[in-house]
Design a protein around this ligand. Structure first.
Ligand code: AMP
Ligand code: MG
Length: 349
């Protein structure tokens, strides 16, 4: 029997001995999740304040639940053109590209279906009301998904009335790039940025060695880990898993990552997917997409040497307990889940 636990962050940090200065940690709640930035430079306060302000600004643009956000205005006016911030237009372009390349496994317009399950529509998970929608209800809602937003300079439009965007699978990752810029502008050169399940390494530890992060055991408690791995400077790792948000009904577990092809929680045989990539928005979008697509498709894309996934490193955890890790992550890797029954396989091209 699988154990699913409601856990906020998919990854824990190990920053270890970080040199002389004590790191400064800024923790805050934004985008419906806990975020933290740990800076190792001396006097990072201005950078940390600017970074948090940037996240708040982006939440003001991309929140589904805040009235007046770009996403709310697009959803309220679905079918019509709406003026949007340049940052929103850029994110929509990125989301559309990931949607198309993933054959719509990642769909930023999945909101009507998410709402039917009680995922994503409310202000926070604590106030969410979950239920299992009927097949008829899903059949009526699915035609409102998949049509991607149209984007032009300074404006965007959901093509169909009744459509709604939910950027929950890409927005936190996208925000990391802005956090990096804000910190860098204020002279911060060494920091680890954790925005929900997305972790970005700004530079290295002060001693020049790469930051290291724990990847969570998707079946364990918060302190159970699958592995510890090096996260090279400038890279982001994003983890998606059904264990992050779920509810139980009639003895069945229903989790928050929806397969857009049928509107049901994805059942691809995976427990979690970790993606390491240069672009934090893409790391976020693709960890969700590959969770939907499953291990075989993820490995085929990585092996093909073509497309976005080929440029990423992956950790795929199957329901059978096999952990597939692509070869680029081998250096600095420490496996930790053997006692919990996991077996590890390095994938080589
Ligand atoms: P993540 O934690 O990045 O995998 O994102 C999960 C969140 O993205 C969910 O809580 C939903 O808001 C949304 N979501 C769920 N399934 C999908 C999907 N197939 N494509 C895009 N967004 C999704
Ligand atoms: Mg994601």
């Amino acid at each position: 029997m699988k154990r699913f636990l409601p856990l906020v962050c998919a990854l824990a940090l190990l920053t270890g001995c970080a040199g002389t200065a004590e790191p400064v940690v800024q923790t805050f709640f934004a985008m419906d999740t806990v975020m933290s930035i740990t800076a190792y430079d001396s006097g990072p306060t201005d950078g940390l304040v600017a970074a948090q302000q940037e996240v708040n600004r982006l939440e003001g643009l991309w929140s589904r639940t805040r009235s007046g956000s770009d996403v709310s205005r697009l959803n309220d006016a679905a079918g019509q053109w709406v003026e949007v911030d340049a940052d929103t237009a850029a994110l929509l372009e990125k989301a559309n590209a990931a949607a198309q390349e993933s054959a719509m496994a990642f769909d930023p317009a999945l909101s009507p279906v998410m709402d039917a399950w009680g995922f994503g529509s409310t202000e926070s998970e604590t106030t969410a009301v979950h239920r299992v929608p009927s097949q008829e209800e899903l059949d009526a809602l699915l035609p409102l998904t998949r049509d991607l937003p149209q984007v032009e300079e300074g404006r965007a439009r959901l093509p169909l009335e009744g459509q709604a965007l939910d950027l929950g699978a890409i927005a936190k990752g996208a925000a990391a790039a802005y956090v990096v810029d804000a910190l860098t502008e204020h002279g911060v050169e060494s920091a680890i940025i954790a925005l929900g399940g997305n972790i970005t390494a700004l530079g290295t530890k002060p001693d020049g060695s790469p930051f290291r992060v724990y990847v969570r055991d998707p079946q364990g408690s918060e302190e159970d880990y699958l592995c510890l791995m090096a996260l090279p400077a400038g890279m982001t790792c994003s983890t998606s898993g059904g264990y992050e948000r779920w509810f139980e009904s009639g003895g069945e577990i229903y989790h928050h990552i929806i397969d857009p092809s049928d509107g049901y929680p994805a059942q691809s045989g995976l427990l979690s997917v970790t993606v390491v990539a240069q672009d934090p928005a893409l790391a976020d979008a693709w960890s969700t997409a590959l969770y939907v697509l499953g291990a075989e498709e993820a490995v085929a894309r990585w092996e093909s040497g073509m497309g976005s996934v080929a440029g990423m490193e992956l950790i795929l955890v199957t329901e059978e307990g096999t952990v597939y890790i692509t070869e680029g992550l081998e250096e600095g890797l420490e496996t930790l889940g053997e006692e919990a029954g996991y077996t590890y396989e390095i994938l080589r091209r």
